[in-house]
Structures are given as structure tokens and as C-alpha cells.
Ligand binder design. Structure first.
Ligand code: ADP
Length: 168
């Protein structure tokens, strides 16, 4: 499995699945979530609603992942995961690691060969970038899916550099 880094917009990636840093309501939000729903169009929200009405009446728990269509984006699927809100007093890194692990499990179930991740929890949820990058790289490296490529798509240079350092 190749791990690659690009600085850019995740909604433009030509991969089988893009991962969304969603919130547990699955009803959309700001940041990368808003960008994905805008770029993919209303079918994504329609499928999220259906998940809420059927398998996830209480929403999606932090650390878990579910898939929908990617609508009008170049990708085929969106894998929605819910990152933990950063806490300086409680160690929630196992939940952040679970976001990556569960997303890759869902990708395997879909037979997706290429998956793009944003830096989950590093926006509104406040996770420090260097720490988030270490956790992301470690949990992807430790999971052993039969995927071809995991691509981290970092929005700005600071995030790109943090992930470069983490990849070492
Ligand atoms: P969270 O609520 O999990 O913190 P955010 O969407 O607020 O999620 O931020 C997660 C990361 O996604 C941040 O580093 C932010 O800069 C980045 N981001 C925002 N828009 C995009 C995009 N279009 N493509 C890739 N990354 C993005």
C-alpha cells in the first residue's frame, strides 16, 4: 500500500473513496464536510438521511465510519467518519485512530483501491496538527488493508509539512 501526500482540495481527488470529517448528525456542517456536500450535490445528504432513518437513528459515533455515494465528485464513494473533539485533559487519540482504521475497513468492504483522507479533527474540532498527523500516519500504517493507495490531502502548507514530518 502506498501512502502519499498532496496539498489540495479533497473534493477534486480522483480516487475511489474520499473520507469526510463529518459530525455525528451526518447532516452536513462546515469545513471539509461543507465542501464535500457542496461539490457532491444533494444525493449525499439524501443518503445520509436514509442512514439516519434506518441504521443510525442516534447518529454516527465518534471513531466510526459509513459510506454514501460521492454524487458529482470524481470519486465513487464518500466515507463519513466522525472525529473526536480535541481535549487537553482526556486522551482521545484511540478515537482518532479508530476513524482511520474504520474508514479503511469500510473502504475494503467497498473494494475501493484508492482512498483520500483529510486531516480529521484538525479544524473546528481543534486537534493539534502534529499530533493528528502522527496518529493518522500510525493508524494507516498499522492497518493492513489490501488497498493500493492511501492519500492524505492537506488543505494548507502547514498541514502538509506536519504530515511530511510524521511520514518521516
Ligand atoms: P473537524 O470538525 O474534524 O475538525 P474540519 O472540516 O473543521 O473538521 O477540518 C478538518 C481539516 O480539513 C482541517 O485541517 C481543514 O483545514 C481541512 N479542510 C477543509 N476543507 C478542506 C478541503 N476542501 N479539502 C481538504 N481538507 C480540507
Amino acid at each position: 500500500m502506498d501512502i502519499t501526500l498532496v496539498q489540495g482540495d479533497i473534493t477534486e481527488q480522483r480516487v475511489d473513496a474520499v473520507v469526510n470529517a463529518a459530525n455525528s448528525s451526518l447532516m452536513g456542517g462546515g469545513g471539509v464536510d461543507g465542501a464535500i456536500h457542496r461539490a457532491g450535490g444533494g444525493r449525499i445528504l439524501q443518503e445520509c438521511r436514509r442512514l439516519r432513518d434506518t441504521s443510525h437513528p442516534d447518529g454516527l459515533a465518534a471513531g466510526d465510519a459509513v459510506a454514501t455515494t460521492a454524487g458529482e465528485m470524481p470519486a465513487t464513494w464518500v466515507i463519513h467518519t466522525v472525529g473526536p473533539v480535541y481535549s487537553a485533559s482526556a486522551d482521545r487519540s484511540h478515537i482518532l485512530a479508530s476513524c482511520y482504521r474504520r474508514s479503511l475497513e469500510v473502504a475494503e468492504e467497498l473494494n475501493a483501491a484508492t482512498v483520500a483522507f483529510p486531516a480529521v479533527s484538525t479544524g473546528v474540532y481543534g486537534w493539534p496538527m502534529d499530533s493528528a498527523a502522527d496518529i493518522a500516519v500510525r493508524s494507516v500504517t498499522e492497518s493492513s488493508p489490501t488497498l493500493g493507495e492511501v492519500r492524505f490531502v492537506l488543505f494548507d502548507a502547514q498541514a502538509y509539512e506536519a504530515f511530511s514530518r510524521a511520514l518521516g
